[in-house]
Design a protein around this ligand. Structure first.
Ligand SMILES: Nc1nc2c(ncn2[C@@H]2O[C@H](COP(=O)(O)OP(=O)(O)OP(=O)(O)O)[C@@H](O)[C@H]2O)c(=O)[nH]1
Ligand SMILES: [Mg+2]
Length: 463
């Protein structure tokens, strides 16, 4: 049997943010102007987008690392850096995107299920550009001589799983010949037998019309009266056709062993579809009278044709055994599928909402900070956001370091350290850097620092 699931694990990384610029305005006859360093550009996002032209994840089988473009650095004269370009990874319709645990490579969270053409989700946001020195002007710091480095982008492992979506599903009572039809029109080779419920799991096949147009067809287990309440394979079965735009409603015109009435069968199935989900009953249908090779079926065919046409459905009389009427059925189905694909609604905001939700979770995780004691007077602080603050700091610049101190304070780090039992003089480690804990800062610390700046004194100062 052909398997239609396709799975790939890939590593995605947004572009790093560009660095903010430290610069002062220079004009003729003006010895030293105000700060005018532009911001760094934002890094590009890595985006996964559903493309109806694709039919496999082959592009991700051999290449596993994908990185968006970085933002460029800010410049003087308030010139901002250029944002990095997004990297768009195209995947087939029906691709489910999950985040993987980087250590175990096990899925931890479903990010999106891309079912509509053009639907997209951001899987790795780019880093923010660093701020230029114009942003750090305060009442006491008129000439900030530092800027922020760009935010390094984060990387993730994600899983792409393609679940092939059928364009059309063969629906009907057991033993009406659904599997025989899919075997006729595609390369699928499901089991065919004269007893009911031969088919227990859906089979998919790619059917091709004479002119080369193709569509994906599903052969699903037979449906009986009460299926919507769980009889037979009930809900299990109906769930599979929820994603299918077109229903090929197959009716056995011989009436089977029980000598059932074709029109009654047709109505029973439609009632079950409506009972399961009203929108299933409204799906476009092609009504297929099967087993027309059998003698004495003319009246049933005629009655079924009238019923189907009265409901506004296309009707086909065929024989899966002799092949009569099959070409016309496939060609009409290809037409209907093409029409439905063209009408497919524009992407809704669902993927955006999924992106936003995932982004919120990511940010939450990001802000989580942990404090561990590593020695009598040594503490280890870890957490993505706090580590990034450290990375974004220019260590050769005292002012930038002082600003970091301020950010630490705002993030509640000092508070948390104190609560954990950290005392002034203790060593605090973040990444490979060690700091000395000096207790809760006071506003004066910043004022003092500002007063040390020659530029502030030039301005006449305020303090
Ligand atoms: N005479 C005749 N018999 C057919 C035709 N199509 C299918 N059959 C027979 O009908 C029986 C059931 O066929 P299947 O294709 O297994 O039917 P199904 O709808 O897939 O059945 P389930 O999977 O049990 O729901 C088999 O014995 C087939 O050989 C046909 O066009 N003419
Ligand atoms: Mg079957």
């Amino acid at each position: 049997m052909v398997t239609f699931t396709d799975l790939s694990h890939i590593n995605v990384k947004g572009g790093d943010g560009g660095a903010g610029c430290m610069s002062f305005r220079r004009e003729a006859y003006v010895p030293k102007g105000g700060p005018d360093g532009g911001d760094g550009g934002h890094g590009g996002d890595v985006i996964v987008e559903a493309d109806p032209q694709l039919s496999s994840l082959i592009d991700y089988r051999y290449k596993h690392h994908f990185k968006a473009e970085r933002g460029t650095h800010g410049q003087g004269k308030r010139m901002h850096g250029k944002d990095g370009a997004d990297l768009v990874l195209r995947v087939p319709l029906g691709t489910v995107v999950r985040e993987l645990d980087p250590a175990t490579q096990k899925p931890v969270y479903q990010i999106a299920d891309l079912t509509r053409p053009g639907e997209r989700v951001v899987v790795a946001p780019g880093g923010m550009g660093g701020l230029g020195n114009t942003h750090f002007v305060t009442s006491v710091r008129r000439a900030p001589a530092f800027a922020e480095k760009g935010e390094p982008a984060q990387e993730h492992w994600i899983e792409l799983e393609m679940k092939l979506m059928a364009d059309a599903a063969l629906v009907g009572m057991p033993s009406v010949g659904k599997s025989s039809i899919i075997a006729r029109i595609s390369a699928a080779r499901p089991k065919i037998a004269e007893y009911p419920f031969t088919t227990l799991v859906p089979n998919l096949g790619v059917a091709r019309a004479r002119d080369g147009r193709s569509f994906v067809c599903a052969d699903v287990p037979g449906l009986i009266e009460g299926a919507s309440e769980g009889k037979g394979l009930g809900h299990e079965f109906l769930r599979h056709i929820e994603r299918t735009a077109l229903i090929l409603h197959v009716v056995d015109v011989t009436g089977g062993f029980e000598g059932r009435d074709a029109v009654e069968d047709y109505r029973t199935i439609n009632a079950e579809l409506a009972a399961y989900a009203s929108e299933l009953a409204e799906r476009p249908q092609i009504v297929v009278a099967n087993k027309c090779d059998m003698p004495g079926t003319e009246d049933a065919v005629k009655a079924l044709r009238e019923a189907a046409e009265a409901d506004g459905h296309t009707f086909h009389a065929i024989s899966a055994v002799t092949g009569d009427g099959i070409d016309a059925l496939v060609s009409d189905t290809a037409d209907a599928v093409a029409k439905l694909r063209a009408e497919a609604p524009a992407p809704t905001g669902e993927a955006d909402e999924a992106s936003a939700q995932w982004e919120r979770r990511r940010q939450q995780r990001d802000r989580t900070m942990s404090i561990k004691r590593e020695g009598a007077h040594v503490w280890r602080v870890s957490g993505a956001a706090i580590e990034r603050m450290v990375i974004q700091t220019d260590w050769d610049n005292d002012e930038a370091v002082a600003y970091l101190q301020h950010r630490f304070d705002r993030s509640g780090l000092d508070d948390r350290l104190e609560k954990a039992g950290c005392v002034p003089g203790d060593e605090v480690r973040i990444l490979e850097l060690a700091f000395t804990y000096e207790g809760e800062p006071s506003e004066d610390d910043y004022a003092e620092l500002a007063e040390d700046e020659p530029d502030v004194r030039d301005d006449g100062g305020e303090e």
